[in-house]
Design a protein around this ligand. Structure first.
Ligand code: HQG
Length: 180
């Protein structure tokens, strides 16, 4: 497959494994996993024909390692980014002193007032470095990078999780911890 094809499949997989599994008639279990064979069948029935080898290629080459197979290879899930209610089963971990969030200027007034919210997703996403945050923010326009005092949040009792593909997750960042 060329890059365009793998990207198109990855986008469709993000849709069904994070947001709308019902679009192709699959279900996610409480931890977000779905059956690999079922996914292949249903994707093929819904204009995204794909073989197991191609699915493996997408999982392995994905730029952000968005998807992961279960240990026995019979199931697959998105490692983060869900809007549907799933529990990733991650244990809380200690974050670095600072993490970053890439956004755009038009959201700043609201962020200053109510802090960072998870919006439609299950968690608020934070980046380990500014470069990653720039990429995240750039999806919406000129990126604006916020530095978050995550070490202090941790000491104050907030919980943080690290997804299997290295994205930091939390529930909410109050304005007091945001350096704008
Ligand atoms: C903003 C992509 C107003 C927030 C990326 C963001 C990431 C507020 C947007 C992952 C707000 C939510 C997640 C508030 C937050 N008022 N706006 N109080 N609090 N926002 O897409 O972090 O390619 O849900 O700044 O790379 O942009 O899909 O979150 O702009 O890792 O794998 O509300 O999605 O990964 O947008 O992106 P999102 P995000 P993938």
């Amino acid at each position: 497959m060329n890059e365009k094809q793998t990207k198109s499949i990855s986008k469709f997989m993000s849709l069904v494994l994070r947001h709308q599994p019902e679009t192709i008639g699959i279900t996610l279990d409480e931890n977000g996993w779905t059956d690999v064979e079922e996914l292949l069948t249903r994707m093929s029935q819904h204009k995204h024909p794909i073989t197991l080898a191609q699915l493996q290629e997408v999982v392995e080459t994905n730029d952000k390692k968005r998807f992961a197979f279960s240990e026995d290879g019979t199931k697959i899930r998105a490692s983060q980014g869900h809007s549907v209610d799933v529990s990733l089963g991650l244990d809380p971990v200690t974050p670095p002193e600072y993490l970053y969030h890439g956004t755009v200027a038009r959201f700043l007034d609201s962020i200053k007032k109510e802090g960072l919210q998870k919006m439609s997703r299950q968690h608020l996403h934070l980046s380990k470095d500014r470069e990653t945050a720039v990429n995240v923010g750039s999806r919406r326009g000129a990126p604006y990078i916020l530095t978050i005092r995550t070490g202090q949040m941790h000491r104050d009792g907030f919980l943080f999780y690290l997804s299997d593909n290295g994205v930091w997750l939390t529930d909410h960042v109050p304005p007091a911890y945001i350096e704008i």
